[in-house]
Design a protein around this ligand. Structure first.
Ligand code: IMP
Length: 200
């Protein structure tokens, strides 16, 4: 793996929520490029796993920009739904990326499995694979997870995606109700980032 510390990086994502959360994890001295300036369309996520999609995105954006790139593939796994939506978490929000719709679908699919689910604790986790891809073809990928459960009410306006329905283990608030720093201390993305932060 390249020994030289990374001084500038392109964050390969068109998801503004994710972009902000990745940028918040990175050292403040790093020069960050993103699609806010470049407007490169996202590649098709044809992989079958978080690992494959994360690598596919980081490689694609590095080839397009000729820069060191970091990508994230992430999602929520709900055990009663056999780990769905998983790698399809973004797809459940439709073409317009409407997460009210995605959350409605989660509740509908859970109700199909168990009408009395609101009386139970439904286990779930967020998963994130972060990949750094260097223009010379080298790469590193690391996984991070956070275990928790599904809230039976959508709560909070912070974060993005499924944050309003996810309560991390040992907490009472959803990620949507927590302030960002509280989320970053424990979440899947920062757990993955801890494993690659030595490159910065
Ligand atoms: P993808 O990695 O671009 O395929 O999209 C991942 C999707 O998973 C996002 O669009 C979100 O819906 C969901 N997701 C990933 N991480 C988080 C998170 O930290 N909070 C809420 N939703 C997330």
């Amino acid at each position: 793996m390249p020994k030289k510390k990374i001084k500038e990086i392109f964050i390969g994502s068109n998801n503004k929520g994710k972009l902000k959360e990745i940028a918040d994890l990175l050292p403040k001295t790093l020069k960050i490029y993103s699609n806010l300036d470049f407007k490169i369309p996202s590649p098709k996520e044809t992989g079958a796993t978080f690992d494959e999609n994360s690598l596919l995105k980081a490689k694609y954006f590095s080839k397009k920009t000729n820069k060191i790139c970091m990508s994230d593939d992430s999602g929520i796994e709900i055990d009663i739904l056999n780990k769905a939506p998983g790698i399809y978490s973004a797809d459940w929000s439709g073409k317009k990326r409407n997460f009210n719709l995605a959350i409605k679908k989660v509740y509908k699919e859970i109700s199909k499995k168990d009408k009395n689910w609101k009386k139970r604790r439904l286990s779930a986790r967020f998963v994130c694979v972060l990949t750094i891809f260097w223009p010379n073809g080298q790469f590193v990928s690391k996984i991070g997870k956070i275990e928790g459960r599904i809230s039976n009410l959508k709560k909070g306006k912070n974060g993005f995606g499924y944050d309003p329905i996810f309560i991390p283990k040992g907490k009472r608030l959803t990620f949507g109700e927590m302030n960002p720093n509280e989320k970053y201390r424990i979440d899947h993305r920062s757990n993955a980032f801890k494993k690659i932060k030595k490159f910065f």
